[in-house]
Write a new protein. Structure first.
Length: 506
């Protein structure tokens, strides 16, 4: 059964206004009061005066109805509440050279990418995910976002060759992940092949035990290990020239798990990694919320006002009715309520095409088309949605998706100037857009000069792992993936000033 609530109860104070006016009127009369009895005054009062008094009483009816409408009478459906975890996750992904080992087929890093892509498909739509990658140092590749398609696109380009500094620094991944989750209690999933030494395990356990975050680890590796082959076919070697073998030290992993109370998964275990969401929700408890479907019925009270206007010839009744009706429309609730409730229902169910048809709010129509990856339609509706910082940010994202990078860069700069809570996301996206503009300029320059750099096989710079690129001498090597991620990480390395990281131990 639906509950009845008032979303704007302070408007009920307007009910006291007629009483206040009556008191002021009475006070004025009292100061000039004569000693003539009221019944004598009433006797000599003409019919017009008596009708005027009745009209004042009748005026209270539309006033009361209007005040109730403005107070936001709302029905709340608690029987069909939606449970949302409201969680934020950081996936800390190991891209050190040891992830090139093929003891887990086809290789450790490819297996990890497959696992995470599968996990992403089972991730509830309201969960935000960020990506931290690490080797010799750790970097925030993607701030937490609920745009799971963007996460999927980044996962495709992850391999050890994109890292600007090689090495093994799992502890730095923990430190960076904690900074990403600073101010909230979130979840961290480490995807790695080893905890290199006991000192690292002890240090990480101390940090974990002093944090409100929850931590999980997915281990990709075996005790036997295998050689590591780079993309150019060369084997990774130790400093003294021997072929390096990377084996997983399960004793350190077990010690860390016990000391930090951390749940550990392994490719050979029966536990499904998707169960991390069940564990996190159970432990989080207070972080989860129930969302109730609501319907503002204040709009329906406008009709009695209009009906009353029909029965009164005096313009004041009609004027009051129209004024209250207009004010009710101005105070219309957010798109999740009232006329947009069906659209929000479809949006939350992932039926974005249906949501776009049902929404009447331009911002949410744009959001629906953006989720549908119909970016040109999203731009069209965002441009009609106003100039709020949220609209500008989403419009910038849509411009970037359509390839209008100049407009996207301009809007991101406007958003950053307003310093919203998502400023870091805007700064991150601005850097990506600037990198893409610079890459376009370089390609244009190469076309004009007629040069063809070795290894470039497409204008977009996106290559699949089974393609090869050849230089002028016919030497062919496995094609590199899009330089976008590698360039982004190199930019972050330059900002941090890091040049080396802890060496990997073979």
């Amino acid at each position: 059964m639906a509950d009845f609530v008032l979303t704007r109860p302070y408007f009920l104070l307007l009910l006291l206004l007629p009483l206040l006016m009556k008191f002021i009127r009475f006070s004025g009369r009292y100061r000039h009061q004569t000693f003539v009895k009221q019944e004598i005054i009433d006797y000599f009062a003409d019919e017009r005066v008596r009708k005027k008094k009745k009209l004042r009483v009748l005026f209270l009816i539309p006033w009361i109805i209007g005040c109730i409408a403005l107070s936001g009478p709302t029905l709340v459906d608690r029987e069909h509440a939606e449970y949302r975890s409201g969680e934020t996750w950081v996936w800390a992904i190991d891209l050190s050279n040891s992830m090139l080992s093929d003891d887990v087929k086809p290789s450790r890093y490819l297996h990890a990418r497959y696992t995470l892509t599968k996990l992403l498909g089972e991730t509830p739509s309201d969960i935000k995910i960020g990506i931290v990658v690490f080797a010799g140092s750790a970097y925030v590749l993607v701030p937490p976002t609920d745009d799971h398609q963007a996460i999927r696109n980044y996962l495709k380009d992850l391999d050890p060759s994109v890292m600007p500094v090689q090495g093994s620094n799992l502890a730095s991944a923990l430190e960076v992940s904690n900074k990403v989750l600073d101010g909230i209690c979130g979840n961290v999933l480490f995807v790695t092949d080893d905890v290199k030494d006991s000192d690292t395990a002890d240090y990480m356990a101390a940090l974990i035990n002093n944090s409100c975050n929850r931590y999980f680890m997915d281990i990709v590796g075996t005790v036997y290990g295998s050689p590591m082959k780079k993309r150019n076919g060369e084997l990774v070697k130790t400093p003294d020239g021997r072929v390096a073998l990377s084996s997983t030290n399960f004793s350190n992993i077990s010690a860390l798990s016990k000391a930090a109370g951390m749940l550990v998964f392994h490719q050979d275990s029966e536990a499904d990694i998707a169960s991390v969401y069940r564990h996190s929700v159970k432990e989080q408890g207070a972080g989860a919320k129930n969302y109730f479907r609501t319907a503002d019925i204040g709009y329906y009270l406008i009709f009695p006002l209009l009906i009353l206007a029909v029965f009164f010839k005096r313009g004041i009744i009609l004027s009051v009715g129209i004024a209250l009706a207009a004010l009710q429309l101005v105070l219309a609730p957010a798109p999740a309520f009232a006329g947009n409730s069906e659209g929000m229902k479809y949006f939350e169910e992932g039926k974005f095409d249906l949501a776009a048809r049902e929404f009447t709010d331009e911002f949410w129509i744009g959001n629906s088309y953006y989720k549908e990856q119909r970016y040109y339609q999203a731009v069209e509706h965002y441009e009609k949605a106003g100039n709020s910082v949220e609209v500008l940010y989403n419009l910038a994202n849509a411009y970037a998706k359509t390839g209008d990078l100049d407009n996207a860069m301009m809007l991101y700069q406007q958003v950053i100037e307003q310093n919203p809570p998502f400023r870091l996301d805007a700064e991150y996206n601005l850097d990506l857009v600037k990198d893409a503009i610079e890459a376009d300029r370089k390609r244009d320059s190469q076309r004009k000069s007629g040069s063809a750099d070795a290894g470039i096989t497409s204008e977009e710079g996106v290559m699949t792992s089974d393609l090869t690129s050849c230089d002028k001498n016919g030497e062919c090597v496995p094609a590199e993936r899009s330089p976008f991620v590698r360039n982004r990480l190199e930019l972050l390395r330059k900002r941090s000033g890091i040049t080396t990281g802890p060496a990997e131990k073979w």
